[in-house]
Design a protein around this ligand. Structure first.
Ligand code: HEC
Ligand code: HEC
Length: 509
């Protein structure tokens, strides 16, 4: 281009004119622009076929045109290897209904492997107990993606060392600290105020091993009355011959130790078996540049992470960590969302009963920390689209209802909450009025006013649901042999059960 004039002058002059003839000038312009045009087209085509690595705005454009991730990453997955002997034992225990008082229920009855280890049905709470007639208080969560769940803690320093952390003390010190905003795309907030981590909706258990005695002894679940009763059932189990080789010749004489070893086997199974953290969803493939979003999925992905509107990613983290760990769609923190009360839960027939999560009554160490009343753990959204029961109290049964809740809680509360006898809307009716200031009214989409514009339109919500479906794992290979035979124990039985006897006992589980 720079030598245009010199090259022009190298062309022998024709007539007295030192410019090349018009025809040639046109031809040269055409050639130059043609080359530029062709190269742009080539770059465009290349990016269309291999959108990875396209820079900034071109990346966004290419993402829009192709649905591919312009900045693919390598996800660091847990190493896959054959199950250890302990984990194989844990698998048999997981599927063994003979360990329940009713003889009908195994862990898999409420945490069904065909349903991402969540409930196999839409019941708000599962049936259990000695005669399979008791109802629990809360929806059964999925057991997938707990592999990076941190221990329960309050404040920036996770508790370490030997001394058990005094959460109530830390919480008292933290009282009055400002509540940090939760914004999609920003790093998760860590301040003195925020409780995080732990297992169960209220974080009252820390390890899969501790946790497992809960359901075995919970009168509403597998309903054993003592550790000795669990040990006696284990000693008669089909796999009892495995105990001595694994745990030593005297294990059957030591019931406490036997139960502890069995629980660590259950934990090993959940940690080792890849079906609990398959990380093979379409979204994982998209992150790695191996799949493309449909236009609806891409739209949903962007809305999910739009910090001024849906802002789902503010709490359900959607981006890989700096060291390449796959996103688990939870910040593992606690929030009071002010869900409507669920009349399906038997305990709720008592108007004075409230399940308030962190501050009890199931959890008992933080009952005086009323700033936490109504707070529950943010769950993973991986595999959420396979569920038919949502939130700790199972009040919703479809993702459309869930999205409508997020969208209308503040803008159209009359569609979310019931009315009293005078026709007034009873907002936040699952939390006593004196604790309602704990409810999140600042983070989008909860930052709106009645009658104001909702954060999402119908098309937006449909797109977010399309995106949520990309978080489902591929159907997992099911266990074979012994374990499979004990699987799902009480499913048909559960479906057939008629009347439900309310119960107000709150043991762990
Ligand atoms: C009757 C149904 C039922 C049975 C049987 C049952 N669970 Fe659960 N499980 C639940 C419910 C409900 C919760 C949530 C309880 C809560 O938050 O208070 C839960 C929570 C859990 C959690 C915590 C998950 C999380 O996201 O924090 C784990 C782990 C777990 N169960 C494992 C097991 C194991 C292992 C067994 C068998 C020994 C078992 N469960 C048997 C219903 C059941
Ligand atoms: C301020 C934090 C926050 C934001 C923002 C948020 N969530 Fe949640 N989400 C939670 C918490 C906490 C729970 C559990 C609450 C409970 O059960 O009491 C939850 C539960 C859910 C569940 C139920 C999962 C299950 O296993 O039962 C779904 C689905 C869900 N959220 C989707 C979304 C979507 C979609 C958006 C965006 C429109 C969103 N969330 C925005 C914190 C948040």
């Amino acid at each position: 281009m720079t030598d245009h004039s010199s090259s022009a002058s190298s062309i022998p002059p024709t007539g007295g004119d030192d410019k090349p003839p018009r025809r040639i000038r046109h031809w040269r312009f055409a050639a130059v622009f043609g080359v530029i045009g062709l190269s742009l087209t080539a770059v465009g085509l290349y990016n269309l076929i291999y959108p990875a690595g396209a820079p900034g705005p071109i990346g966004v454009l290419m993402e829009s045109l192709t649905g591919a991730n312009p900045h693919p990453v390598h996800l660091v997955r847990p190493r896959a290897r054959p199950l250890s002997a302990l984990a194989q034992l844990g698998q048999q225990i997981f599927f063994d209904p003979s360990l329940s008082q009713s003889g009908q229920q195994s862990c898999a009855s409420c945490h069904s492997p065909e349903h991402a280890y969540g409930p196999p049905n839409g019941l708000a709470t599962q049936l259990g107990g000695a005669h399979m007639t008791e109802v629990g208080l809360r929806a059964a969560p999925s057991l997938t993606y707990l592999y990076r769940q941190p221990a329960f803690s309050i404040g920036p320093d996770a508790p370490g060392g030997d001394a058990p952390p005094a959460f109530a003390q830390v919480a008292t010190q933290a009282q009055g600290s400002p509540r940090p905003a939760k914004v999609a795309g920003a790093p998760p907030a860590v301040t003195a105020l925020i409780p995080q981590g732990g297992l169960f909706w209220d974080g009252r258990s820390n390890t899969l091993q501790d946790q497992a005695t809960g359901p075995l002894m919970n009168p509403l679940e597998m309903a054993n009355t003592s550790e000795a009763a669990v040990a006696a059932k284990l000693a008669k189990a089909k796999y009892a011959n495995l105990f001595k080789p694994l745990f030593g010749p005297y294990i059957l004489q030591r019931p406490g130790l036997l139960v502890a070893e069995a629980m660590s086997a259950l934990a090993r199974y959940q940690v080792e078996d890849p079906s609990f953290h398959a990380l093979d969803s379409k979204y994982d493939a998209w992150l790695e540049g191996k799949a493309r979003f449909t236009p609806a999925e891409l739209r949903g992905y962007r809305l999910f992470n739009d910090k001024t509107k849906a802002n789902c990613g503010g709490c359900h983290l959607s981006q890989p960590t700096a060291d390449g760990l796959p996103p688990l769609f939870t910040d593992t923190q606690y929030e009071a969302l002010g869900l409507p009360r669920n009349p399906e839960i038997a305990a709720n027939k008592d108007h004075n009963f409230f399940d308030m999560g962190l501050c009890g009554p199931v959890r008992t160490d933080l009952t005086k920390q009323t700033q936490y009343c109504g707070m529950f753990l943010t769950p993973t959204l991986r595999n959420a689209a396979t569920r038919t029961v949502f939130f700790h109290n199972g009040v919703y049964h479809s993702l459309s209802q869930v999205l409508a809740f997020y969208n209308q809680r503040d803008t159209a509360p009359g569609r979310i909450y019931p009315r009293n006898s005078l026709g007034g809307i009873v907002r936040y009716n699952d939390l006593p009025v004196k604790y309602q200031s704990n409810i999140d009214t600042t983070d989008a989409p909860f930052d709106r006013r009645p009658g104001g514009p909702p954060a999402m339109g119908d098309r937006d919500m449909a797109a977010i649901i399309a995106f949520l479906k990309t978080l489902d794992d591929q159907p997992q290979p099911q266990p074979k042999g012994e374990a499979a035979r004990g699987r799902g124990g009480a499913r048909g039985f559960l479906d057939a059960l008629p009347v439900v006897k309310p119960s107000l006992s709150f043991a762990n589980g």
